[in-house]
Design a protein around this ligand. Structure first.
Ligand code: ADP
Ligand code: TRP
Length: 320
């Protein structure tokens, strides 16, 4: 069983990305073969600076390796290092109905926001289908926001198979419904577009400042808080310190635990939660060739699968 995930190189990671996407994807390594790639072709519809693209790609590789992506066990590469995916995109695009793409939420949302669409944005779901189908993927773990893209991938695979005979593996989505939406510092969903994030790898002082700056209500420390479960710090503590969170919640509910002390505890648990990843990240960063070696090895392994699947597609379609 092969699991595949594309990682959008979108800047600095926050707790929402970690608990919502990264941790479940990394845990999938314990269940079977995993393919992970840095989706740099996909970034071309949003990022227009070459240096920024390179930097984001390396940054995200560093973060994922630090957080437990194990290159001995998994295949990790940069999407554009296996350009066969572009050929498959064209072939799949030719069996993809316009209407299917016109119904894409992500495309409709972006154009509604006034972003003037280019062909890349419109064709994004076809490239994503090619990402998945090029590797005979069985399972794709994604957030709720990607559900429609997975349905389109399945539709495109089925359409290709109907047209040219059984060729492509039709993948199953694994939608992470049990993963809670991590709240941001203002109580909305944590998101970099709302500027309400707690970053994974900022320095100690910045993390402390961020957490101590969380605004709470004006009730005195002694006052019991029957709504303790809705407190933002408690909700985040449940993620970074699941064993201790209920104790803090009980103390807050009963009265006697001040918000300052609660935030201090949240800071300490958050800092400690990522201690091992931070150490690993510094080690990797100190060896500049390491990421290149990992991605080169991953490219070779990914490419071996890609060539074989593309060969099958070409034969089925009469492109041989
Ligand atoms: P942002 O909202 O900061 O731009 P992205 O859209 O780049 O984040 O998110 C990448 C992935 O991280 C998403 O597919 C989603 O599954 C996950 N994610 C992002 N924010 C959260 C959150 N607050 N809670 C849970 N998961 C999240
Ligand atoms: N579109 C996905 C996102 O924005 C990233 C992605 C690209 C992806 N190709 C993929 C995810 C293939 C899973 C499988 O998060």
């Amino acid at each position: 069983m092969r699991t595949l995930t594309g990682i959008t190189p979108s800047g600095t990671l926050h707790l929402g990305n970690y608990f919502g996407a990264m941790r479940p994807a990394i845990e999938a390594q314990t269940r079977g073969e995993c393919f992970y790639f840095i989706a740099d072709y996909h970034s071309m519809t949003a990022v227009f600076g070459p240096e920024e693209r390179r930097k984001n790609g390396r940054g995200i590789a560093l973060d994922w390796l630090a957080c437990g992506l194990d290159p001995a066990r998994s295949v990790f590469w940069r999407q554009s290092d296996v350009p066969e995916v572009c050929e498959l995109t064209w072939i799949l695009g030719s069996v993809t109905p316009m209407g299917l793409l016109e119904r894409a939420h992500s495309y409709k949302d972006k154009t509604a926001k006034g972003i003037s669409p280019n062909f890349g944005l419109f064709a994004y779901p076809v490239l994503m289908a090619a990402d998945i189908l090029l590797y005979d993927t069985n399972v794709v773990p994604v957030g709720q926001d990607q559900k429609q893209h997975l349905e389109m991938t399945r539709d495109i695979a089925i359409k290709f198979n109907q047209t040219y005979g059984e060729t492509l593996v039709v993948p199953e989505p694994e939608i992470r419904e049990d993963v809670a939406v991590v709240p941001g510092l203002d109580g909305q969903k944590m998101s970099k577009s709302y500027g309400n994030t707690i970053e994974l790898f900022c320095d100690e002082k910045a993390l402390k400042k961020r957490i101590m700056g969380i605004v709470m209500d004006s009730r005195s420390p002694a006052e019991p808080k029957p709504d303790a479960d809705r407190n933002l710090a408690i909700q985040i503590l449940k993620l970074v310190a699941p064993a201790q969170a209920s104790d803090y919640e009980a103390r807050l509910r009963a009265g006697g635990l001040g918000y300052g002390d609660l935030k201090k505890a949240l800071f300490e648990h958050t800092w400690n939660f990522f201690a091992a990843a931070r150490t690993r990240r510094a080690e990797i960063a100190a060896d500049p060739g390491y990421i290149d070696r990992v991605l080169k090895d991953g490219t070779e392994r990914a490419r071996a699968v890609a060539s074989s699947v593309l060969g099958r597609v070409r034969r089925a379609a009469g492109l041989d």
